[in-house]
Design a protein around this ligand. Structure first.
Ligand SMILES: [Zn+2]
Length: 489
């Protein structure tokens, strides 16, 4: 009876929150009963605004107690039931596009709310992730939902299983796929650069409305002139979002290199607030303002209303960087392992037109830095060992969940005035920098840890800088025809 009531409430939830049509209620209820193995049903239970997570826990508890499925099946059952309660991909896309005709921001908001309501974006869990803005303006989050990813080789294959279906974790064929618990995944079609792409929100959601735009074809990541045009097409559609593309090389890019995709969403990333260190321009691009950013990594911002000129200018800088060589600093464009220089572009729309940030990256390694000369250096690996992808290179750091307990242990020692806890030797530098060994109040310890994390993230950004100074970046730009001075847009 309890289980009958929970099913009744879930159907009520789907009517209120997921757009389940009255005409489909019997059909969907029967699908749910089948999925959890209920042979009979007595109609009862009225949805009264309960949290979805509560209803799903009740469903699991009831199902396990009734011997319908084992506890290990809980996540799978929840995904299956929610997939059945949600509208079909076609219905979701139709509603999305009917809203797009009046406001893309509202259409996006509807789609995001739908992804949360259908439990694809696990917002309740994500909201528990610690997050703060450090003194230096960088945003630090600790992601408790996503496992720490440390294998650059897996990224090259897109975390795929050989011969597997779907070919990788972001292929569109995952929509409704039981094998990866994606029965609630819904995507919407987009045209970018005349090609078929689609948008979906990220279940890991590092920030507000975080999602990915994905090529409908399973084709490797690349960044070329057409990428800038696709990114601009995207912000023409969604001017309230930013969109960016990881450098298409292992160790400096994202976790899926085998499938062309972008990342974006509704966050104002710290780099967007960065000022200009050196203003420049190029005679071939009179309508483009070129700014070397006051930023720890090596970043150039191009601003223009002209799509054509901004794409040409970005392409000029990217092509030159891809060939740039400085062996003394381990900047080696190509060797037996392939290419090592790449750019990571991000586009958004501002009052001055398109604003395109190019971050110059190198994934070269040396004996001293086997994980990457321009990667987080070893002394920081205890905080961050994963690739510094496009979101982090722009100042929003996603740190691994293990830090909650590890930093908790450091805090405890600081409050007790004790020395570095046993087994935490890897934290010695961090602990000493925070003044560990002295006695802290709870609040002071918390503050010291936050300040230290911000400082470590800033130094990691510095590690990724391919030019040591802004003057060196300016020298590179001058060598390819750019000149000092501002243009008026
Ligand atoms: Zn794929």
């Amino acid at each position: 009876m309890e289980l009958d009531r929970t099913v009744g409430k879930l159907i009520g939830y789907a009517r209120v929150r997921l757009g389940l049509d009255a005409r489909n209620v019997n059909f969907v209820r029967n699908t749910v009963l089948d999925l959890i193995g209920m042979q009979s049903y007595q109609e009862c239970g009225v949805y009264e605004g309960e949290k979805l997570s509560v209803l799903l826990e009740e469903l699991v508890k009831g199902g396990v107690e009734a011997g319908l499925f084992p506890l290990e099946e809980a996540e799978n059952k929840k995904d299956a039931v929610m997939g059945a309660l949600a509208l079909s991909p076609k219905e979701v896309e139709e509603i999305f596009y009917s809203r797009m005709s009046t406001s893309s921001a509202r259409a996006a908001e509807w789609l995001y709310d739908y992804a949360v309501s259908s439990d694809y974006v696990k917002k309740e869990a994500l909201d528990k992730n610690p997050r703060f803005t450090a003194e230096n303006g960088l945003i630090v989050t600790i992601n408790l939902s996503k496992p720490e990813f440390r294998d650059p080789k897996k990224a090259a294959s897109g975390n795929s299983v050989k011969g597997g279906y779907p070919a990788c974790t972001i292929c569109r064929e995952n929509e409704g796929f039981f094998g990866r618990a994606k029965r609630t995944l819904r995507t919407v079609s987009l045209k970018l650069g005349g090609e078929d792409w689609f948008w979906q929100f990220s279940p890991y959601g590092y920030f507000y409305q975080h999602g990915i735009a994905v090529n409908c074809r399973h084709t490797p990541m690349k960044v070329d002139r057409s990428t800038y045009c696709k990114l601009m097409d995207f912000v023409d559609l969604f001017p309230h979002w930013f969109i960016g593309c990881n450098a298409p090389l292992p160790r400096i890019g994202g976790s899926v290199l085998a499938h062309d995709h972008f990342q974006g969403g509704g966050e104002i990333l710290p780099i967007f607030r960065a000022g200009t260190a050196v203003a420049m321009h190029g005679a071939a691009y009179p309508a483009v303002s070129v700014e070397i950013l006051d930023w720890k990594g090596t970043a150039v911002r191009l601003v223009s209303r002209s799509r054509e000129e901004i794409a040409n200018c970005a392409d000029r800088i990217a092509r030159a960087w891809e060939k740039y060589e400085d062996r003394a600093r381990y900047i080696i464009p190509f060797d037996a392992d392939g290419a090592h220089n790449a750019v990571s572009p991000t586009v958004r729309k501002t009052a001055d037109g398109y604003s395109l940030t190019l971050i110059l990256r190198s994934n070269s390694t040396s004996e001293e830095f086997p994980d990457g000369v321009y990667h987080a250096h070893p002394e920081f690996h205890v905080i961050k060992k994963e690739s510094i992808g496009l979101i982090e290179a722009q100042g929003l750091f996603i740190l691994p969940g293990r830090l909650v307990s590890e930093l908790g242990a450091l805090k405890k020692a600081m409050v007790a005035g004790a020395s570095l806890p046993e087994g935490m030797e890897a934290y010695r530098m961090i602990f000493e920098e925070m003044g560990g060994g002295n006695k802290f109040t709870e609040a002071a310890a918390r503050e010291a840890i936050a300040r230290e994390l911000g400082s470590v993230c800033e130094r990691i950004l510095g590690n990724t800088a391919v030019f040591a100074t802004h003057a060196d970046t300016a020298k590179f730009l001058r060598s390819i025809g750019f000149e000092d001075g501002k243009v008026s847009l």
